[in-house]
Design a protein around this ligand. Structure first.
Ligand code: SF4
Length: 333
């Protein structure tokens, strides 16, 4: 059976999973521990060419349109980031955005120079992450410097995500990094306003924040909405096409995207996707019956936690499913 997927409306390119931080909420398990493969220039060009024919253009600076450059931390390879912006501009993609954790913002003059260079080659705007999980790794004075410099270069083209934490950290006179535990003791807001998806690393590192349930609670749910969402899809540095923030689960290679849209995915070759599109119960039953999966007694915070736990188990057992890539996603902590 073949399943057609929708044309992407907005897309991000993960230039590498490598990051300076190891945030507890990271969907993509980014960290300094990754090998640090950066997207090859040839694949980057091909990816942008393909996306330019599909994603929606807009003059709004929104992640719901165009292409954003991401990671990991994309500024760790500034030359590649610059090349990506140049190529995207030539292809008339709009908007072209970048997201960053601001770790590189050490000196005002150098930060301004980098941002000015990106603007000159066509970058439309920048998203600067601010949240208590990142605060464990990036001194807040660097975040403030990044926002100040970016505002001077991009004015309205600066998105602070999440602004509530920017004001909160300023109110608390934070300058350096702060462990999550200390922040929670210090702040009245705590994590009340945190936009936190119960997926990726959060399933394990932040599970103490959530109530846990046995697998049966999630039976009857499927992942059509997430896996077939045309918004905010990602292409990673290996060319894997990822939707619905479901990291480590590829619908195919970017070079076959047009055929996935026009002719569909051959679900016989992607049996895990097939099961997840029907009912997570079927996915669970297959893992128990064919691979001996046993769920942990403490239960799961979400269906995505159950899904990820099974996928990690399958990879650890050497199960060879095309969808479960990159393998390193399942091996880094
Ligand atoms: S359960 Fe798995 S496939 Fe479904 S939305 Fe969550 S991570 Fe994606």
């Amino acid at each position: 059976m073949k399943l057609k997927i929708p044309k992407p409306i907005s897309a991000g390119i993960i230039l590498s999973y490598k990051c300076s931080s190891q945030c507890k909420h990271c969907l993509y398990y980014s960290s300094p521990l990754w090998k640090g493969d950066w997207m090859e220039e040839e694949l980057l060009t091909e990816t942008l060419e393909i996306l330019s024919t599909l994603v929606k253009r807009s003059s709004f600076l929104s992640f719901n349109y165009g292409v954003h450059l991401s990671g990991g931390e994309p500024f760790l390879n500034f030359e590649l980031l610059l090349k990506a912006v140049k190529i995207a501009k030539k292809l008339k993609i709009s908007p072209i955005l970048v997201e960053t954790n601001a770790v590189w913002c050490l000196r005002e003059d150098l930060s301004l120079e980098k941002l000015r260079t990106l603007k000159e080659v066509g970058l439309d705007g920048i998203l600067i992450s601010v949240n208590p999980f990142l605060l464990e790794y990036v001194p807040f004075k660097r975040t403030k410097l990044a926002i100040d410099c970016a505002s001077r270069i991009f004015s309205e083209g600066v998105l602070i995500y999440q602004e509530v934490f920017y004001h909160e950290f300023k109110r608390l006179n934070i300058e350096e990094t702060l462990p999550l535990k200390n922040y929670l003791e210090k702040s009245g807001y705590g994590l009340y306003f945190a936009e936190l998806l119960p997926m990726g690393r959060a399933c394990y590192e932040l599970s103490f924040l959530f109530k846990k349930y046995p697998p049966e609670v999630f039976f009857g749910k499927n992942c059509k909405a997430e896996l077939l969402s045309p918004y905010h899809v990602h292409v990673d540095n290996y060319g894997n096409y990822l939707t619905g923030f479901c990291a480590g689960l590829s619908l195919g290679h970017i070079t076959e995207l047009k055929s996935l849209v026009e002719e569909g995915i051959n679900l016989k070759k992607k049996p895990l996707l097939d099961l997840l599109l029907q009912d997570i119960k079927l996915f669970y039953q297959m893992a128990v019956k064919e691979f001996g999966y046993q769920p942990p007694e403490e239960g799961f915070i979400s269906k995505c936690h159950l899904c990820l736990d099974i996928r990690r188990f399958l990879v650890s057992k050497g199960a060879n499913f095309q969808e479960l890539v990159p393998k390193e996603y399942y091996q880094v902590s």
